[in-house]
Design a protein. Structure first.
Length: 136
């Protein structure tokens, strides 16, 4: 499985909102990073336990997640890929949350070790910053 395939598998697993289906895709020392989160929200989660906790919280805040228009780019280095995608979500409040993303993905031995996701932070702020609510 290529790193690009693994990234797409991760997105599909996120749609299930089942943390225990997602965690096996990660290396124990994996890092999930969101450099553009609005102020007041954590932007880096190191280790599978931190990833598990933040995803479980995100799934409470989002009652539906769907990713589409997914385009993957496998780098020449087999450990790296880039993924462009769009997401439709429904927040716990019932409000829609739609954003566009680019992720830099790194994997080793068939496991994710770094997923760095870039998105429009103004969409987070317009939605009431659901990431802030996750970490309260």
């Amino acid at each position: 499985m290529t790193t690009a395939d693994l990234a797409e598998r991760f997105l599909r697993a996120l749609e299930t909102r089942d943390v225990e289906q997602i965690i096996p895709l990660w290396n124990d020392n994996g890092v999930m990073e969101f450099p553009y989160v609005p102020e007041g929200s954590p932007s880096r989660f190191e280790g599978v336990d931190a990833i598990r906790t933040t995803l479980a919280s995100a799934f409470v805040q989002r009652t539906m997640m769907s990713f589409f228009d997914v385009t993957s780019y496998q780098a020449v280095d087999p450990n790296f890929a880039f993924v462009e995608f769009k997401g439709d979500m429904t927040l716990q409040s019932g409000a829609p949350y739609n954003n566009t993303y680019i992720a830099k993905v790194e994997a080793r031995d068939g496991k994710l070790i770094h997923f760095k996701e870039f998105f429009n932070p103004l969409v987070d702020l317009a939605a009431g910053n659901p990431r802030e609510a996750e970490n309260q």
